[in-house]
Design a protein around this ligand. Structure first.
Ligand SMILES: Cc1cc2nc3c(=O)[nH]c(=O)nc-3n(C[C@H](O)[C@H](O)[C@H](O)COP(=O)(O)O)c2cc1C
Length: 198
């Protein structure tokens, strides 16, 4: 069973979270992570990016979304919201929406910001909105993940988060790492349970 970990990252912070979430997914027997990214968007609207990125995971296709058993969606925070390249990709999913292809699949969200109070929760909640329109089943993190109570960096019940600092170079804290792994594991466990009832 494959869970799609789909993210955009400019400076690597959200990419690092994606890797940890993928590792969490793969702690659940029978579950595999499929990691995908999206290209940046250009101010020249006709501009197109190569089909294969120079480095990192491949660009996501609509088939990746159609085929996955669950979705972890990640984006850096941009002015308290998800980054345009991720929104642009999501805006291309109308046919999946029309066909109800994502309805009933579990989904979760994650983000990275520069500053502690720079809008992690608003970004996470706004990323949930299009997924709810698709009929996806949103999960966050329960406080039984006790790092939620002790973290002095990122980590929210709405999904894992990271406070990367103004230069975006601060490494993930132990709590942030553990919460990424916990989210991946939770998503994979829910996907397996739902699949058992197919
Ligand atoms: C246009 C723009 C807007 C941003 N808006 C915010 C913001 O609202 N709050 C914040 O804390 N950081 C903001 N940032 C910083 C990024 O969220 C932060 O550097 C993030 O960790 C980058 O993730 P990445 O390394 O995956 O690209 C912004 C950065 C850019 C370029």
């Amino acid at each position: 069973m494959e869970i799609l970990v789909l993210y955009y990252s400019r400076n690597g912070a959200t990419a690092g979270m994606a890797q940890l979430i993928a590792r969490g997914i793969e702690t659940v027997a029978g579950c595999q992570a499929r990691i995908r990214t999206v290209p940046p968007v250009s101010t020249v609207c006709e501009a197109t990016e190569d089909d294969i990125p120079a480095e990192g995971p491949p660009y996501a296709s609509l088939e990746d979304l159609d085929e996955c058993a669950g979705l972890a969606l990640g984006s850096p925070t941009r002015f308290g919201n998800m980054a345009a390249p991720m929104k642009y990709f999501i805006d291309s999913t109308s046919n999946l929406w029309l066909g109800g292809k994502l309805a009933g699949k579990p989904a979760a969200v994650f983000t990275s910001t520069s500053s502690m109070h720079g809008g992690q929760e608003t970004t996470l909640i706004s990323m949930m909105l299009p997924l709810l329109h698709h009929g996806m089943l949103i999960t966050g993190l329960p406080y039984s993940e006790t790092e939620l109570l002790t973290t002095t960096s990122g980590g929210t019940p709405y999904g894992p988060s990271h406070t990367a600092g103004t230069d975006s170079k601060r490494p993930l804290s132990d709590e942030e790492k553990l919460l990424c792994g916990a989210l991946g594991k939770r998503l994979a466990t829910i996907s397996m349970a739902l699949h058992a009832h197919d």
